[in-house]
Design a protein around this ligand. Structure first.
Ligand SMILES: Nc1ncnc2c1ncn2[C@@H]1O[C@H](COP(=O)(O)OP(=O)(O)OP(=O)(O)O)[C@@H](O)[C@H]1O
Ligand SMILES: [Mg+2]
Length: 252
């Protein structure tokens, strides 16, 4: 389990994550939703130890991440950041190999190569494998980063807005793939999403943040309600039932 115990993060006098206590890992997919600036990336940053809490602590499988050796944490938890700084002169194959680094330490074994090939295949990137990242479309590049995270072969996978840059088909394909990662590979995924209909369709649990606090944490049907969504986003969201599923309308 990933557990935050009263995790707080401040920048100067501003508290951006406010005494958050929550556990992840019981469900295959948890969607993290909330408005811009709510603290979603900050929360993932604390879990991935890219940031340190000013108060409270984060445990992964019962151990404080602060005292977990980096090599061990990297075998347990993979993070796809919202803003991947593209290292243009790397190929798809290169960055997926980077994902294996916690295991290979730079010397790829046969097993490492199998993980790399499988991840490239899983993301349908075979034809782009020797292309440089700056020779790909935004969506192809996004898939390459997801392949990198997949190759890391961790129990926990944290994805910060993985649907950025993707077209309709690829958004759906990525979410189906995330679902398969959870169902077939047993991964525990926390995924930040802005499209709540994707969250409602694919996640087992939805956690909503606003102003650094958790304002809702429940299964789909308890979240996909106009009153709850208003409390999260401070805007009017209509929810209709289509084919037995709640669908949020927020286009007009
Ligand atoms: N390095 C920083 N210095 C000061 N403030 C920061 C810093 N990083 C983030 N913040 C602030 O912390 C708050 C939470 O940011 P965070 O990136 O966690 O939001 P988010 O929920 O991921 O938003 P988005 O949906 O826009 O990605 C924001 O108000 C942001 O301006
Ligand atoms: Mg963010």
């Amino acid at each position: 389990m990933i557990t935050l115990h009263g995790a707080t993060k401040r920048y100067g006098r501003t508290t951006v994550l406010d005494d958050v206590s929550v556990s992840f890992g019981g469900e295959g997919i948890t969607a993290l939703i909330g408005p811009n600036g709510a603290g979603k990336s900050t929360l993932l940053g604390l879990v991935g130890r890219l940031l340190h809490p000013d108060a409270g602590r984060v445990d992964v499988d019962g151990r404080d991440v602060r005292s977990t050796p980096s090599a061990q944490l990297a075998k347990t938890l993979a993070v796809l950041r919202q803003d991947n700084h593209i290292v243009a002169r790397l190929t798809v194959q290169d960055i997926v190999e980077l994902g294996r680094f916690p295991h290979s330490r730079g010397r790829l074994t046969v097993a490492d190569r199998e993980h790399i090939d499988r991840a490239i295949d899983y993301l349908s990137l075979d034809e782009y494998r020797h292309r440089f990242l700056d020779e790909l479309s935004g969506g192809q590049r996004q898939r390459a980063f997801i392949a990198m995270v997949l190759a890391q072969d961790t129990k926990y996978v944290l994805l910060d807005e993985p649907l950025n840059n993707l077209d309709l088909r690829h958004m759906t394909e990525i979410m189906k793939l995330v679902r398969r990662m959870a169902d077939e590979l047993g991964r525990r995924v926390i995924v930040v999403l802005h499209d709540i209909n994707f969250a409602a369709t694919y996640a087992d649990r939805i956690v909503a943040l606003r102003d650094g606090r958790i304002v809702a944490d429940a299964a789909r049907d308890q979240i996909m309600r106009p009153d709850v969504l208003r409390a999260v986003y401070d805007t009017t969201v209509d929810v209709r039932e289509i084919d037995g599923r709640p669908v949020a309308l927020y286009y007009g």
